[in-house]
Design a protein around this ligand. Structure first.
Ligand code: GDP
Ligand code: IMO
Ligand code: MG
Length: 433
């Protein structure tokens, strides 16, 4: 058992970055498979804080190869800035590769992201305005520019000319000035030259690693309910954060995946607009926001906070065929005398046996809660299950029983060390051998 997918099981920001960094210690390859710099993956170690947006969170491990997979949408300027900023904090990093199939994000994508959000008015999605939606739109429309084309000067010149002509017509419809070809080409040619040594066909690199029995980790971004197909559409991102996306975004097939760990918080958060059945708009929500420092890594926006939603989490467990759960930020709930946990949805007076089918249904859902005991004290020093108060262990048992998936790892603080591995057999395996 040597391949492991790490996904966000909720609406993003579950602590995937921390967990990928922790587990990358024993990985040979970490490949990120979707999204772009709409993601913000925080890793805290040795007194330093790293906020990865494009770099796989395995990059701090010098013996681990980090790959930006073909399913990603990559802003070249942000990537180069991020490489420089990370090197400034830690000079020795792992080897880095960028898939020739990854799509390039250009300034017109960012501009259109903002203009489209403004045009949506009160129906805005609340995107990160990093141009990710428009870049994936180009991919689907088959006019996107991929990394492999970007780093070939003459191909890039031709493709940019074609695409910019279309984008400038679109921008004029929004009343915006046209983007000048020469200055865009000249600026981005510089980024292309800097990235050229990193760009290659990476599917074979990942396939060879998998077939040679290397330990390969697939790093998800965003979360299952932000998935373009499975999330709360249209309040979603434009890629596939689910475990299925790991195949599409890196060039492997489903039978090459041995284990899938789903990261969730001990509660729920969401950034941006869209349905959130267990959202707390009261002082408890604010308390969780304050104690959990729930402010977005990318945009600094306040994250909306609410109780743990086990209906959503169980769906997510099946959607991603989870082999184990990683429950993070348990320390944040310390001091709350009791906790509420959503174990059912009611719609129009009836108990639902599936998920809502539209935003209008999602917004009418009435969560059914069970109340469980809370805990107090500092959890951050716990390094084994037995170090945790019994009410924390009961909470974990409650979650595992309801979701039908065992808890593999627990996170009790942001630092790499503030981690409790509960089931070692689930880390690089599915617990069946
Ligand atoms: P990601 O997008 O899933 O990688 O998550 P983010 O990095 O956006 O957000 C998670 C935040 O919680 C980061 O600021 C982490 O440093 C922090 N964090 C991770 N695990 C824990 C934990 O167990 N306890 C606390 N208090 N903070 C955590
Ligand atoms: P990580 O990897 C949380 C949200 C945005 C918005 C919606 C669409 O850090 O968990 P987009 O810019 O992708 O078109 O925005 O998706 N979103 C995230 N929320 N964590 C993320 O990434 C997110 N990436 C996008 O807030 O609601
Ligand atoms: Mg994040």
């Amino acid at each position: 058992m040597a391949t492991l997918v790490i996904i966000g099981a909720q609406w993003g920001d579950e602590a995937k970055g921390k967990m990928v960094d922790v587990l990358a210690d024993s990985a040979d390859v970490v490949v990120r498979y979707s999204g772009g710099n709409n993601a913000g993956h925080t890793v805290i170690t040795g007194g330093k804080t790293f906020k990865f947006q494009l770099l796989p969170a395995g990059i701090l491990h010098k013996d681990c190869i980090s790959i930006l997979g073909g399913g990603m949408a990559v802003c070249p300027k942000s990537l180069l800035d991020e490489i420089a900023a990370t090197r400034a904090q830690q000079p020795e990093l792992g080897q880095l590769m960028v898939s020739a199939s990854a799509h390039v994000v250009f300034p017109y994508h960012r501009l259109l992201d903002r203009l489209e959000e403004e045009a949506r008015g009160e129906n805005k999605i609340g995107t990160t305005t990093r141009g990710i939606g428009p870049a994936y739109t180009d991919k689907v429309q088959r006019i996107g520019i991929r990394m492999g084309e970007f780093v070939e000067p003459e191909v890039f010149r031709k493709r940019l000319g074609e695409v910019l002509a279309v984008k400038n017509r679109l921008l004029s419809m929004f009343g915006e000035n046209a983007i000048d070809f020469d200055s865009l080409y000249s600026e981005y040619s510089g980024y292309a030259a800097a990235l050229r040594p990193l760009v290659r066909e990476t599917d074979s690199v990942v396939q060879n690693a998998v077939y040679d029995g290397w330990k390969v980790m697939f790093e998800g971004a965003q979360g299952s309910f932000l998935d373009l197909d499975s999330g709360t559409y249209p309040y979603v991102t434009s890629s596939h954060p689910t475990a299925g996306g790991a195949c599409i975004g890196t060039g492997i097939g489903p039978r090459s995946i041995d284990g899938v760990l789903g990261v969730c918080k001990a509660y729920t958060t969401r950034v941006g607009e869209g349905p959130f059945p267990t959202e707390l708009l009261d002082e408890t929500g604010q308390l969780i926001r304050d104690q959990g420092q729930e402010y977005g890594t990318v945009t600094g926006r306040s994250r909306r906070c609410g109780w743990l939603d086990l209906v959503a989490l169980r769906y997510s467990a099946r959607l991603n065929s989870l082999s184990g759960l990683i429950v993070a930020k348990l320390d944040v709930l310390s001091g709350l005398p009791e906790l509420r946990v959503c174990t059912g949805y009611m719609l129009d007076g009836k108990v639902m046996d599936g998920l809502p089918t539209s935003v209008s249904e999602w917004n009418r859902v009435e969560p059914q809660y069970e109340t469980v005991a809370g805990w107090s004290g500092d959890l951050t020093t716990a390094r084994s299950l037995s170090d945790l108060p019994s009410s924390v262990r009961d909470y974990l048992d409650f979650i595992a029983a309801h979701v039908g998936i065992p808890v593999a790892i627990v996170s009790v603080g942001p630092d790499r060390d503030e981690t409790v591995v509960v089931r070692e057999d689930l880390v690089w395996g599915n617990g069946k051998n």
